[in-house]
Design a binder for this molecule. Structure first.
Ligand code: ZN
Length: 93
């Protein structure tokens, strides 16, 4: 029985560390519960640069998935991060 307790503790620890580092806590709970030694791995992994796994739509300000191409709330296409295109540029100058 104590074996399952260790897995549970490992899963919780993994999810807490994952959440703190901007990773998916549910995914890491399962991974760490199955393989408790991976708690060390997730603890040593660098913090993800993104602000979690969701972002704010720049048109309607609703929270959408980080990798979403189209906003599920307003249906507008999301600009790809880092490749900002100036919408005001018309080429008439
Ligand atoms: Zn939107």
């Amino acid at each position: 029985m104590i074996r399952y307790f260790i897995f549970l503790i490992a899963g919780i620890a993994g999810s807490i560390i994952a959440r703190r580092n901007g990773r998916n806590p549910i995914r890491w709970f399962i991974i760490c519960a199955l393989f408790p030694f991976l708690v060390i791995v997730v603890a040593l992994l660098p913090v993800r640069m993104s602000k979690g796994y969701s972002k704010k739509c720049r048109y309607c300000a609703e929270i959408i998935k980080e990798n979403a191409m189209v906003c599920k709330h307003c249906g507008r296409e999301q600009p790809i991060e880092g490749t900002y295109v100036d919408a005001d540029f018309t080429g008439t100058s």
